[in-house]
Design a protein around this ligand. Structure first.
Ligand code: PGA
Length: 254
């Protein structure tokens, strides 16, 4: 089996002041220093990125954005391009988070365009996919996952997936305190890898697939020790440096 590095990303969403973001970045950088066998990424709001970059640039913590517009520039009031985020030091961008899909109407097609735009700028997209509770209960889990992945594969091709991190985030587990059980999550991670393997087995074996949805220090090790789970995309627990550090330590210890 391919050996994949564990990867932990914190999605700070629209929380905190500028001072809070700098303080959190400082505490996280100190907390995870020395955990050299994993990738650690923090994703502040766009207007906090520069301040966080000045804290993280001399550390092992990498920076990501939470969203971006697919165009390089243009008349898109209020939007920010991948290129602009790259200039600020972002090496990653979350793309297609379920909040973007549900609250801002992002379609699978729009998400695929953003993946392509990120790759064109040398930014690694953290591609979020996942089903709602209704979709799961109606037996549409595989169909939804395949559609979300399929749109991206059709746009950028399987080879590009070697430069993508996938995050499986069941919508019903995000911010709800309801975590998918390690077995439930593993089942979908294996399904994702199997879908990618239909196009290229080597790439499928090397892609980092994160789990997201109410990951906490006390469930991280169980989730991350599953065969196809390579780490986590952390929301609520990423806002507390001690919790986020503990999750990173769990990933590092595996
Ligand atoms: P949560 O969020 O950890 O608060 O459930 C995860 C996410 O939205 O990426």
């Amino acid at each position: 089996m391919a050996s994949r590095r564990k990867f932990v990303a914190g999605n700070w969403k629209m929380h905190g002041s500028l001072a809070d973001a700098s303080a959190l970045a400082t505490a996280v950088s100190q907390g995870v220093s020395g955990l050299d066998n994993i990738d650690v990424v923090v994703c502040p709001v766009n207007v906090h990125i520069s301040a966080v970059a000045s804290v993280t640039q001399s550390t092992s913590v990498k920076l990501g954005a939470q969203n971006a517009h697919p165009a390089e520039s243009g008349a898109f009031t209020g939007e920010t391009s991948m290129a602009m985020l790259g200039e600020l030091g972002c090496q990653y961008a979350i793309v297609g988070h379920s909040e973007r899909r549900q609250l801002f109407g992002e379609t699978d097609k729009a998400v695929a365009e953003k993946v392509e735009a990120a790759l064109q700028q040398g930014i690694t997209p953290i591609l979020c996919i996942g089903e709602t509770l209704d979709e799961r209960e109606a037996g549409h889990l595989e169909k939804v996952i395949h559609a979300q992945l399929g749109e991206v594969l059709a746009r950028v091709g399987i080879d590009a997936l070697s430069k993508v991190v996938v995050a499986y985030e069941p919508v019903w587990a995000i911010g709800t305190g309801k975590t998918a059980s390690p077995q439930q999550a593993q089942e979908v991670h294996a399904m994702i890898r199997a879908r990618l393997a239909c196009d290229n087995a080597d790439i499928a074996a090397s892609v980092q697939i994160l789990y997201g949805g109410s990951v906490k220090p006390d469930n991280a090790a169980d989730l991350f020790s599953q065969a196809d789970i390579d780490g986590g995309l952390i929301g609520g627990a990423a806002l507390d440096a001690d919790s986020f550090t503990a999750i990173c330590q769990a990933a590092s210890a595996l």
